[in-house]
Design a protein around this ligand. Structure first.
Ligand code: NAP
Ligand code: MG
Length: 452
């Protein structure tokens, strides 16, 4: 039996030791899920809805416990962690509305009646990264379960605790055995088995673009359905006509939230040249003011990075030649800390402008006009999120249409609402999660013609 030590990234203390699921147990779980799928799809829509609602209520009743687990396991600030547990509850309530509303069509045809059904796929495998263990899990399992699928879920090795607890809460809420199983284990073992096991009909993967490509290639062998949520290098575009004070005051939170370990992090700030210096003057106190420290403290705004090796990777982006404009603070003592860091790259080819750092590092560059801003924003293989700051509504819309990204916000930095679609353009991913069509990604359309 292989085990893993779960470490608190704010203290470097071992929280607990967990047994990892191996290949044989993964196969057994997938087969249980396959058997459970037969009964789950037959449950009356109203009953499936009721079970999901009970699951949501169980999450709500345990919200504080789930949040505290995430503080300890992932170093998330307590405020964020409460939001994340609340997001799981909300995604489940939203999903509970799906079974009774999974409407097909009746299509006019000659000689009979034509109707469509949204059939469940069967077993769905969800592979979750360590950066947002709870929400990313729920965006997969909520709508998948609602559409009549059973789910096997692999949390990241570093952050299994909340997923394991959610698995227990599902059973407590009355979901039948085998309908939702959490399998803490290695990506190369459990995650790979989701890709290769023929009974798993879809893989939902969130994580690095590198592993995502491997998952997609592996799924191709069985023409297995796949949803991918991968990396990002999102632009925060600030026009000269924007409310500069507000744009500068909020920019740190658009990139340093979750210590920058967010695929939606606005890790490039594009500022119109005429206000570039003024913007940096305003940005500096905002960055220095970010409260970095103990994630359990209610006042803390940014916690540590997830691990020592991840901190080393983040630090490797800052070379001796890198122009660092200014940095924020970090606590002394144990913990995988890294201060908020603002850099001024010289060339468009600088790694800090092209690669996902996944840490609290933001690059600021100047642009000339609207066309230039769109060109720079699109000059990356990614296309997940972005922000546009301007008081000109026409410009806001033109630039929103011009930027190749799945989730844009004007005069704000929000990307995620459970009732709006989320996902990436280009190499940021494939498919969409959340929103009104969330469940359709977990169904096949079946067309039936009845001759009359
Ligand atoms: P990762 O390697 O892509 O891991 C994501 C998930 O996939 C984990 O559960 C991982 O399991 C699993 N996995 C790894 N290799 C697999 C394989 N061959 N087959 C099936 N599943 C596999 O990401 P990471 O190592 O945690 O992070 C590396 C970088 O990815 C970050 O620095 C960041 O740039 C990016 N990232 C992006 C997001 C996002 O939200 N878009 C999230 C996380 C990371 P294990 O935990 O066992 O490795
Ligand atoms: Mg990895």
């Amino acid at each position: 039996m292989t085990t893993t030590q779960v470490v608190n990234p704010a203290t470097e203390q071992v929280v607990t030791t967990l047994e990892l699921v191996g290949a044989d147990e993964t196969d057994a779980a997938i087969e249980r899920a396959q058997r459970a799928a037969v009964g789950w799809r037959e449950i009356a829509p109203g009953d499936r809805a009721r079970l999901l609602r009970r699951f949501a209520e169980a999450v709500d009743a345990n919200l504080e416990q789930l949040a505290q687990l995430e503080v300890v396991n992932a170093g998330h600030t307590i405020g964020n962690a409460r939001w994340e547990a609340g997001n799981v509850r909300d995604v489940l309530h939203f999903a509970a509305g799906i079974p009774e509303r999974l409407l097909g069509n009746q299509i006019p045809v000659a000689g009979g009646v034509d109707i469509t059904f949204h059939e469940p796929l069967g077993v769905v495998g969800v592979i979750v990264p360590w950066n947002f263990p709870m929400p990313i899990a729920a965006w997969g399992f909520g709508p998948a379960l609602a559409a009549g699928n059973t789910v096997v879920l692999k949390p990241a090795e570093l952050t299994p605790l909340t997923a394991v607890r959610l698995g227990e809460l599902a059973l407590q809420a009355g979901l039948p055995e085998g309908v939702f199983q959490v399998l803490p284990g290695k990506g190369s073992v459990v995650g790979q088995r989701f890709v290769t096991h023929p009974a798993v009909r879809k893989v939902v993967f969130t994580g690095s673009t590198e592993v995502g490509k491997e998952i997609m290639a592996g799924c191709a062998r069985q023409v297995k359905r796949v949803t991918l949520e991968l990396g990002g290098k999102s632009a925060n575009i600030v026009f000269a006509d924007a409310d500069l004070e507000r744009a500068a005051a909020t920019a740190p939170y658009g990139v340093f939230d979750n210590a920058g370990q967010d695929c939606c992090a606005r890790s490039r700030i594009l500022v119109q040249r005429s206000v570039f210096d003024r913007f940096l003057e305003l940005l500096e106190p905002a960055v220095r003011g970010v409260r970095v420290g103990d994630p359990a403290d209610e006042a803390t705004e940014m916690g540590p990075l997830i691990s020592a090796s991840h901190r080393a990777r983040v630090a490797s982006f800052i070379e001796p030649s890198t122009k660092v404009a200014f940095t924020g603070s970090q606590p002394d003592g144990p913990g995988f800390w890294y201060p908020p860091t603002v850099v001024l790259p010289d060339a468009p080819s600088d790694r800090l402008l092209t690669e996902e750092v996944f840490g609290p590092v933001v690059a600021v560059v100047a642009f000339e006009d609207e066309a230039d801003a769109i060109r720079i924003a699109n000059g990356t293989e990614y296309g997940l999120s972005g922000s546009i700051w301007t008081n000109d509504v026409g410009r806001a819309l033109r630039v929103s249409r011009g930027v190749e990204a799945g989730n844009l916000s004007v005069n704000s930095h929000s990307s995620v609402r459970y009732w709006t679609p989320f996902g990436g353009f280009k190499q940021s991913g494939l498919g969409r999660e959340l929103g009104p069509d969330a469940a359709l990604a977990f169904t096949e359309t079946k067309n039936v013609f009845i001759a009359t």
